[in-house]
Design a protein around this ligand. Structure first.
Ligand SMILES: *[C@@H]1O[C@H](CO)[C@@H](O)[C@H](O)[C@H]1NC(C)=O
Ligand SMILES: *[C@@H]1O[C@H](CO)[C@@H](O)[C@H](O)[C@H]1NC(C)=O
Ligand SMILES: [Ca+2]
Length: 416
């Protein structure tokens, strides 16, 4: 241990004394990164005090030739790693997973599980026994420390996330749940979220920490592998303020957590927004319910009602409270669970209907009440969807799966 520490000190000292005068290494990263890169490109040869200047210069072209970006690489097992020298990987408790950068480094994977502290960019929070299942109970948490005070957001990519589903009556995450504390509020999720993502606001200052906890009870074959990426305040990959999910393509797919047309249960107590970056020269957006290949009658949009029966589109907040703050008397509106998209209209109406709607729920996706699923369009910018569910399903709302929508941004020329 002592020896390791003095080795590190020696290396740092040598790097900081000798190198700054000689070579310019991209200094956008932290000091430890810079050291790693110097080490990576210059190996141990330059350490020799006798090495003549001319010899060192021989290594400079290598730097120019090896096209490694900011140091990300893919491991054969699919994880993303950081391309760094092998010995740095070991020192930083990473797992070397094959060569990268033309053989100058290893693709170093960082994994943490229960009780771990995340101090490296692109670290995976995995279940105990990963990649095998975990059938234990308790609370498994990792603490995320910012790499730099200038980190504003974290992106969580659920490469794999499968924990016990919500209970059947009210779709509450009573058995298992993922909780995120220390950042902006996030919905509690359970069930499956493989392929989904979340952005968490990391707050100001170096000291703020974010804790991811997965709380489990009862038996279930759980699996999770969540990649945690740290995003600089000035990064172009930073999501807009307040967006739990952020999409940056002209077309794509948005869906609720635990969505699955066969057995997914729409999660209760959700309240968040999904943002779609308005791409240049696009002025509007269209949404369609995703294809549902598993059911005879599509369940791609089943938010309220008993989705074992045909349920129409319901639009508007409607149903407001009775006199004197009494509970709503008219339930024919989206008052418990809904998706909100600013001023939506059906795309098939030419000319478009003068009125538009915001909230939509029921069991058929359209901007008009009825049993016919339709393409829906909006030109309200920024493009955002707000999803809200309360804490109750039974007895009126049964087997709702949530929503899955395909979106396509519309060019400014096509009437938007
Ligand atoms: C973390 O890695 C991602 C790429 O995986 C990169 O875009 C981002 O800038 C990195 N963050 C920091 C703080 O280095
Ligand atoms: C599918 O729906 C059609 C029309 O409602 C019905 O006639 C048919 O029996 C259904 N098939 C199955 C497998 O449920
Ligand atoms: Ca509900």
């Amino acid at each position: 241990m002592q020896l390791q520490i003095s080795m590190v000190l020696l290396v740092v000292l040598v790097f900081s004394v000798i190198l700054p005068a000689r070579c310019k290494v991209a200094n956008s990263n932290t000091n430890s990164h810079v050291n790693s890169w110097r080490d990576l490109f210059f190996g141990s040869k330059w350490l020799s005090p006798a090495a003549p200047r001319i010899r060192e210069s021989k290594f400079l072209p290598i730097f120019a030739l090896v096209p490694i970006g900011p140091g990300t690489c893919s491991a054969p097992s699919g994880e993303q790693g950081n391309c760094i020298p092998n010995k740095d990987c070991v020192l930083r408790n990473g797992i070397p997973a094959g060569p990268c950068g033309g053989g100058y480094g290893v693709c170093c994977i960082f994994l943490q599980t229960c009780g771990g502290i995340i101090r490296e960019n692109s670290t995976y929070f995995v279940n105990p026994n990963h990649p095998d299942i975990f059938d234990g109970t308790g609370s498994c948490q990792v603490t995320i420390q910012k790499l730099h005070p200038d980190i504003c957001q974290l992106r969580l990519d659920f490469d794999m996330f499968s924990v016990a589903p919500p209970e059947a009556a009210n779709h509450l995450c009573n058995q298992d749940q993922l909780l995120i504390s220390g950042g902006s509020p996030t919905p509690t999720i359970c069930g499956s979220a493989t392929g989904d993502h979340m952005y968490v606001d990391a707050g100001l200052g170096q000291s703020s920490q974010i804790i991811l906890s997965i709380i489990t009870s009862g038996s279930f074959p759980r699996l999770w592998r969540i990649r945690v990426t740290q995003i600089h305040c000035g990064s172009i990959s930073r999501a807009d303020q307040g967006c739990l999910q952020y999409y940056t393509a002209i077309s794509g797919r948005v869906r609720s957590f635990n969505y699955n047309t066969v057995a997914g249960r729409q999660l209760s107590n959700q309240d968040y927004s999904i943002c779609i970056r308005n791409e240049r020269n696009f002025c509007g957006i269209q949404y369609n319910a995703c294809p549902d290949l598993e059911n005879n009658r599509s369940r791609a949009f089943t938010i309220t009602g008993n989705s074992n029966n045909p349920v129409p589109t319901i639009v508007g907040g409607g149903g407001g409270g009775g006199p004197g703050g009494a509970p709503p008397t008219n339930t024919n509106g989206c008052i418990s669970d809904w998706l909100l998209i600013g001023c939506i209209r059906s795309a098939d109406r030419i000319p478009p209907l003068p009125g538009c709607e915001d909230r939509v729920c029921g069991g058929t996706f359209s901007a008009e009440a009825g049993m016919l699923a339709k393409t829906v369009q909006s030109s309200v910018r920024p493009f955002r969807l707000y999803f809200h569910t309360d804490g109750v399903e039974a007895p009126n709302d049964i087997d709702n799966r949530g929503f899955c929508l395909d979106y396509v941004q519309q060019p400014c020329t096509s009437g938007f």
